[in-house]
Design a protein around this ligand. Structure first.
Ligand SMILES: [Zn+2]
Length: 346
């Protein structure tokens, strides 16, 4: 049986990562390009170029593209992408024209969440919420084995739930958003302030980084891994806010597992232990429910590429059991396997 391979493309702010992914989620080839500023034609050229490079050596059946931003529910148009300046970009058709392959476009967090459910930390789990802690917070849900995309494809923007009334300002225009408290951005900010004020921790960070302008959240993580008390406390603070937001998500969605991905999750138990404690303290109905597990993602930086490729391959095949969840709305299948009863007029 020939392997069914698909290309996954993960468009980030600074680089476009590509990979050839097999049916078991293994990345069998990789390549990358710099993200060409904000020029959408140049981004398209880079995607087509990566696909061509892979096709020289591999029989590729489909292309999946994950991009930060809002993607419409049909998986064809990037409605809005902050760092690419895309507005209603018909990306799928453009990539189809260049590659003559089936193409699927999705939000990068959806791709990562799908990958963790299919091949990573949440395999065989019925109700999964992925929270990706990068500079902001992205999210995805696989509920009852389906990627839940919302009515307009914009579900999972957990980072903008308000956790503090009239709190820190957010780029989205609101105040007190979760991502202002529980993302890598917080560690960057704490680190910069410590360096500016030349505190003991600030000096330790500069020593470790080699230069003041190289200090960021990753250097805080490095310092914390060596047991530095204040660096450990900063990560714990992010962890506590993480747990509070997860308790809100549990109240709304009641998943059985949370998968924490993104760069900040590299802090492992330094982050997750305080998160679990805060989660338990804030969880509604505690003692009367099974508490969701909170675990680190398994696939690291590959998640976006693997998920985009797998979604595209499955959609090109149009087969269950692992439905990407893009099909037209129909009666939902209850967990028992029976169809839910349709409401009838009385
Ligand atoms: Zn916000």
């Amino acid at each position: 049986v020939p392997e069914r391979l698909a290309v996954g493309i993960d468009i980030g702010g600074t680089k476009i990562a590509g990979g050839v992914v097999d049916e078991d989620g293994r990345v069998v080839a990789r390549a990358r390009r710099a993200t060409p500023s904000t020029d959408s034609t140049a981004v398209l050229d880079a995607i087509a170029d990566l696909v061509e490079e892979f096709r020289d050596s591999y029989a590729v059946r489909a292309v999946g593209v994950g991009a930060a931003g809002y993607v419409d529910v049909t998986g064809s148009t990037v409605v809005f992408s902050p760092h690419l300046a895309w507005r209603n970009e018909p990306l799928r058709d453009a990539v189809v024209r260049r590659t003559r392959l089936p193409v699927l476009v999705d939000n990068d967090a959806n791709a990562a969440g799908w990958a963790e459910w299919r091949f990573g930390a949440a395999q065989n789990q019925p109700d999964v919420v992925l929270v990706n802690l990068g500079t902001g917070i992205g999210g995805a849900m696989v509920l009852d084995g389906r990627l839940y995309r919302g009515h307009s494809g914009m579900a999972g923007e957990f980072g903008h739930q308000r956790v503090v009334d009239d709190g820190r300002p957010c780029e989205c225009g609101n105040r007190g958003c979760w991502e202002q408290y529980a993302s890598g951005h917080v560690l960057d900010r704490r680190a910069r302030a410590a360096v500016e004020q030349a505190t003991d921790t600030g000096r330790a960070l500069v020593d470790l980084a080699g230069a003041a302008d190289r200090v960021d959240g990753r250097v805080v993580a490095e310092l914390a891994s060596r047991g530095h008390a204040e660096a450990v406390e900063w990560i714990a603070e992010v962890g506590r806010w993480l747990g509070i937001g997860l308790a809100n998500l549990a109240a709304a969605l009641d998943p059985n597992i949370f998968v924490i991905g993104g760069g900040v999750s590299d802090n492992g138990e330094l982050l997750l232990r305080p998160a679990r404690t805060a989660f338990g303290d804030h969880l509604t109905g505690r003692g009367y429910r099974s508490e969701a597990r909170i675990v680190a993602a398994h696939l690291g930086n590959d998640a976006g590429v693997v998920g985009a490729a797998d979604l595209a391959r499955l959609r090109a095949r149009r087969r269950r059991p692992a439905s990407p969840g893009y099909s037209v709305p129909g009666p939902a299948v209850a967990r028992s396997g029976r169809r839910r009863r349709r409401p009838r007029p009385r």
